[in-house]
Every structure is written in structure tokens, then in C-alpha cells.
Write a protein that binds this ligand. Structure first.
Ligand code: SF4
Ligand code: SF4
Length: 238
């Protein structure tokens, strides 16, 4: 364990743990959009900037990528930090002006007007969907494409991704709610990725409840005990 100082107060933390997580563990709020405890750090949204203390020249760093070490001292709420976060949010807001979460966060940071023209596709390029699909699901069905302002998240060659199993993890984790999923008859669609999957029906009530591609993956990955009725019965009939 090491001792870190946040806003003048000492905390014990596991060496190497990210500063953002240490702050959150101790009830210190730092705004963030691209960080998730169970995924690798990306430092993409830059909202979690904090100020390194004890330097001649003030320096701002992303706390989600900052591993803690003995004696590390940061300030999370200085005028400089607040100003930098506002500038960052002024660039994020036009990308997802319809997202309630982004609008609420923008208001909390003192940003209400969209200063730049709205690009409006709802994606803030946080990369959570990409990392979740790769690191949690193991599918790697989507990735970043292009660079700079043209950067997008999409399946390879912008075609229907065969490796997408329709699990919906990206739908749930997206902070702007811009990945929609729809179920009709025996099909599930992940609309943003243009992926359509056939669903398996419950052997008791006949209701489609799980994409067949997910059934395949769960069956292949299961060791013991076998998945059994989890893959035969819908949640209501189990
Ligand atoms: S729904 Fe498809 S793209 Fe989204 S996390 Fe699951 S496998 Fe990946
Ligand atoms: S689609 Fe959503 S989760 Fe994926 S990068 Fe864009 S905002 Fe982030």
C-alpha cells in the first residue's frame, strides 16, 4: 500500500491503482466518461483531468491513466482543472447533444451552449464499446477507424460484423445511449453496427430469448457444469 494525497488529505491505496479509481473508492467525485473499472484505461475523454501538486509549473494529467505511487499529490477541483474540464466538455457536447447524461454532466461543469457546430451522431469516441467488446466479450467486433475529427467506431470495412454475437454489452455500456438494440419476431438487431441475429426460442413457451450466436459461444466456452437449461429456457420459464 502507498499513501497518496488528494485535495490535501491522505489516503491509502494499492500501488499502481489508477488515481481516478482511488478517488472514486474514497467518495471523491471526478467526472469521467471513457473510464470503466473492469476495462483497460484509455484516457480518451479527458474529463478526469487533475492537477499534479508540488510542481513549479502546474500540470494537468488524466487521472484514469495515472498509477498511484508513494507520496503522489493531486488536486481535483482547482480553477485550472475546472476550466480545462469545461473546454473538454465544450468539444464533447456537440457530438452528443441529445444525450441526457452528457447534457446533465455539461450543466454540472458549467457548459450549457454548444460552441462548435453539432456533429450529432451521438458518439463521443470514448471507446468503451470497443474495449468492452474486446476485453469482456472477447468478440472484437468493432474498432476505431480513421483519425482526427473523422475518427469513428465501426465494424471492419463498415460491414455487418460476423463476429458480433449480439450480446448487447456495448448497448449497455455506451454513455450516450447511441447504440440501439431492437428485437422483433425471432431477430435481434444491433442497429448501429447493422448486425441482425436469429434468436433461439424457449423450449417451453416458444418466446425467442437469446441470439443463436451467443448460444454457440456460451456452449463452446462452458466447462463444467454444462449450461443446461440456461440455454433452453427463457428467464421467465426457468
Ligand atoms: S453486441 Fe456485438 S458489438 Fe456489441 S459487445 Fe456484443 S459482440 Fe460486441
Ligand atoms: S458508440 Fe458509445 S460507447 Fe462506443 S465510442 Fe461512441 S459513445 Fe463510446
Amino acid at each position: 500500500m502507498v499513501t497518496v494525497i488528494i485535495n490535501g488529505k491522505k489516503y491509502q491505496a494499492e500501488e499502481g491503482r489508477k488515481l481516478l479509481q482511488v478517488a472514486l473508492d474514497n467518495g471523491i467525485e471526478i467526472p469521467h466518461l471513457c473510464y470503466h473499472e473492469n476495462l483497460s484505461s484509455y484516457g480518451g475523454c479527458r474529463l478526469c483531468l487533475v492537477e499534479l501538486a508540488g510542481r513549479k509549473k502546474s500540470s494537468l494529467v488524466t487521472s484514469c491513466t495515472l498509477p498511484v505511487s508513494e507520496g503522489l499529490e493531486v488536486k481535483t477541483d482547482t480553477p485550472q482543472v475546472k476550466k480545462a474540464r469545461r473546454l473538454v466538455m465544450e468539444m464533447i457536447l456537440p457530438q452528443a447533444p441529445d444525450s441526457l447524461r452528457i447534457r446533465v454532466l455539461a450543466r454540472e461543469l458549467g457548459v450549457s451552449a454548444v460552441s462548435f457546430p453539432s456533429e450529432g451522431d451521438g458518439c463521443i469516441r470514448c471507446g468503451l464499446c470497443v474495449r468492452a467488446c474486446e476485453e469482456l466479450v472477447g468478440a472484437g467486433a468493432i474498432s476505431f477507424a480513421s483519425r482526427g475529427s473523422a475518427r469513428t467506431v465501426e465494424p471492419p470495412f463498415a460491414e455487418e460484423p460476423e463476429s458480433c454475437i449480439g450480446c448487447g454489452t456495448c448497448v449497455v455500456i455506451c454513455p450516450t445511449d447511441c447504440i440501439k438494440m431492437e428485437e422483433r419476431d425471432d431477430e435481434r438487431k444491433i442497429i448501429r453496427w447493422k448486425r441482425t441475429l436469429k434468436m433461439k426460442s424457449c423450449v417451453r413457451c416458444g418466446r425467442p430469448f437469446l441470439p443463436l450466436a451467443m448460444v454457440d459461444v456460451i456452449t463452446r466456452r462452458s466447462t463444467s457444469p454444462p449450461p443446461g437449461e440456461r440455454l433452453e429456457l427463457c428467464p421467465d420459464c426457468r
